[in-house]
Design a protein around this ligand. Structure first.
Ligand SMILES: Cc1cc2nc3c(=O)[nH]c(=O)nc-3n(C[C@H](O)[C@H](O)[C@H](O)COP(=O)(O)OP(=O)(O)OC[C@H]3O[C@@H](n4cnc5c(N)ncnc54)[C@H](O)[C@@H]3O)c2cc1C
Length: 385
């Protein structure tokens, strides 16, 4: 899909164009007719995961030997954009396929990869990553959740909040201290299969400003006993390094998503102002409308160009965390600006839930906050000065 009629980026191969068409067809048939209802219900159903898995839209960058599609980050980016163009910005699939599954693929032992990845690819397992806690979000070195080794098992204790996929998830990567005396060096990633985990409890599905159908939730772990081999990777204390290594990818997922939302916002607004009239004219005929949309289209185009350049570099293994942080911060800030200006051109209808621009405006807000706040992005960028 190409709402702004921009040329295809160099990373977009013929195979990816076919994937984009396939994803678009599937989402239009299976998801688009239901997205409004899911938002009204404040929850999308569990079967969305198995349907996406059945259509090959989960774990696209995971090798085929582990049940994935054997693609690259470019495949993830194409699918990520397709969900957004389908108006399904609250689906936590980008996190499942682009963050949780890659943690297991890159850092898991062979046995862990065989155990979890094929079921993540089908949607039998829904992934979540539980970092944030009531007392700490940005400052992850100070998580209070602990995983204390007793014999050949770990006892996991702690509370997490704001967790995407929190109600559906049954495979949760939990950031915990295996050595509470240490800061970063004491952090490990523990994998919890929740279906049989005594002591695990889901808390509230949190009410939010946007992402209505997303099951962002609290999670509680009380003496959850885990086999020693649910520690991600071969040794303790690697969690912080593992988190840091995945940062560029996480940030690119958010940047790509933000750009798709911007493109859709501009396209929807152009359509609207060509139909709506005031003072005997189409809204598009007012110079203010033209200037506003000219500015929004320019910002969306620049965001797309920079993000595409970052995707290109990422695919070559050349994207550093600082540049990825620039993409995340700039694309999401710009999206906020573009969504606001586009909404204004809808007048009162822009404030109404039934107009997708209102949802884009609300859903966009969190992107400046999650995956590392934009202030943390600037902090990282500033360190490179
Ligand atoms: C819808 C949604 C989904 C989420 N999904 C997940 C998820 O799946 N998993 C998960 O673990 N978390 C998730 N989060 C949590 C999110 O990652 C955190 O909210 C975010 O990291 C910020 O942490 P905090 O809310 O504790 O804010 P705080 O860390 O308390 O920050 C508050 C403010 O202080 C600023 N600040 C903090 N430190 C500094 C500093 N050093 N310099 C300058 N300013 C600073 C921040 O930028 C922010 O503006 C989600 C959040 C939301 C809203």
């Amino acid at each position: 899909m190409n709402p702004l009629n921009l040329p295809r980026p160099a990373w977009m191969t013929e195979e990816l164009v076919l994937l984009e068409e396939q994803a678009d067809r599937f989402l239009k048939a299976e998801f688009v007719p239901h997205v409004d209802k899911w938002n009204d219900d404040h929850m999308y159903p569990r079967e969305v995961w198995t349907k996406a898995g059945g259509a090959g839209l989960l774990c696209a960058m995971i090798p085929e030997e582990y049940g994935g599609a054997g693609g690259t980050f470019a495949h993830e980016a194409v699918i990520n954009r397709a969900y957004s163009f389908a108006g399904f910005d609250s689906f936590g699939a980008q996190l499942h396929s682009g963050i949780v599954a890659p943690y297991i693929w890159r850092f898991g032992t062979e046995e862990q990869k065989q155990r979890w990845l094929p079921r993540l690819a089908t949607g039998e397992l829904v992934g979540a990553i539980a970092m944030s806690e009531p007392g700490t979000g940005s400052d992850l070195q100070n998580v209070r959740t602990t995983a204390v080794k007793k014999g050949n098992r770990y006892l996991l204790n702690g509370s997490k909040t704001f967790i995407t996929n929190g109600q559906h998830a049954n495979l949760i990567v939990v950031v915990a201290k295996t050595d509470p005396k240490e800061k970063a060096k004491g952090v490990s990633l523990m994998v919890v299969e929740t279906d049989d985990a005594a002591g695990f409890r889901r808390g509230r599905k949190l009410k939010k400003l946007g992402l209505d159908s997303a099951d962002t939730s609290e999670l509680f772990f009380e003496d959850v006993s885990l086999p020693a081999d649910n520690l991600l990777g071969p040794e303790e204390g690697q969690g912080f390094v593992q988190l840091m290594k995945e940062l560029p990818q996480e940030r690119m997922i958010v940047a790509v998503h933000a750009v798709a939302m911007m493109e859709r916002a501009v396209a929807l607004t152009v359509d609207y102002v060509k139909q709506r009239t005031a003072f005997g004219k189409k809204i598009i005929e007012f110079q203010n409308t033209q200037f506003e949309l000219a500015a929004c289209k320019t910002e969306a185009t620049i965001a797309r160009a920079f993000t595409d350049q970052c995707v290109e570099r990422f695919l070559k293994g050349e994207l550093d965390t600082v540049t990825a942080s620039m993409a995340k911060y700039w694309a999401t800030d710009t999206l906020g600006n573009v969504a606001d200006r586009c909404l204004q051109l809808f007048g009162g209808y822009g404030y109404m839930d039934e107009y997708p621009i209102s949802r884009i405006y609300r859903d966009a807000r969190v992107m400046r906050i999650y995956a590392g706040t934009n202030e943390i992005m600037k902090l990282l960028i500033a360190r490179s000065l």
